[in-house]
Design a protein around this ligand. Structure first.
Ligand SMILES: [Zn+2]
Length: 172
């Protein structure tokens, strides 16, 4: 049974007994993520287990959310589900972050050795936002608008499926 991760905490204290934590963060609470997404209405579900490795504290777990962006093919909203493992290493300052071996992704603690949950996860979620979001099948995109502009009202009437209207236009 996982325990709720506090909003702000000292990773060093959480690394002692291997407890599994979980947390739910609203995407709308992450300003930089919010700017990238078309809408930030979903929650981010994270698990976290803290451990000590040599002289650093490591956190690892899983991040799960749905990212709503604008499809680059049809310009309509497209949802991309992510469910990804992560591993991060806590460091005291920039200097130590740069000294870490490449395989470690650093998170810099504040001057009291604390971290805010949002600061811990925001970069990691942004890393998984697709650069060119698209519906997985071209057929799930509504191509009518981009290829033909607005259809005349009489063509749209009685044609609930825009692809039917598209077929008719091609026959003329
Ligand atoms: Zn699309």
């Amino acid at each position: 049974m996982a325990k709720a991760l506090p909003k702000r905490f000292k990773p060093d204290l959480l690394s002692r007994d291997g407890t599994l934590f979980n947390t739910v963060i609203a995407q709308s609470d992450m300003p930089r993520l919010r700017d990238i997404l078309l809408s930030a209405e979903h929650d981010i579900h994270c698990t976290a287990r803290f451990s000590r490795r040599k002289n650093v504290v490591v956190v690892s777990g899983n991040i799960k959310t749905t990212l709503t962006q604008e499809c680059q093919r049809c310009l309509k909203p497209v949802d991309v589900d992510i469910d990804v493992p992560y591993e991060l290493v806590f460091v005291d300052d920039e200097e130590r972050a740069e000294a870490l071996p490449d395989q470690y992704d650093p998170v810099i603690l504040d001057e009291h050795g604390n971290i805010q949950v949002i600061d811990l996860y925001e970069d990691e979620v942004i890393l998984h936002v697709p650069e060119v979001p698209r519906h997985s099948e071209a057929t799930s995109c509504n191509m009518v608008k981009t290829e033909f502009g607005e259809l005349p009202a009489d063509v749209q009437e009685g044609k609930p499926n825009p692809f039917d209207a598209l077929k008719d236009l091609r026959l003329h």
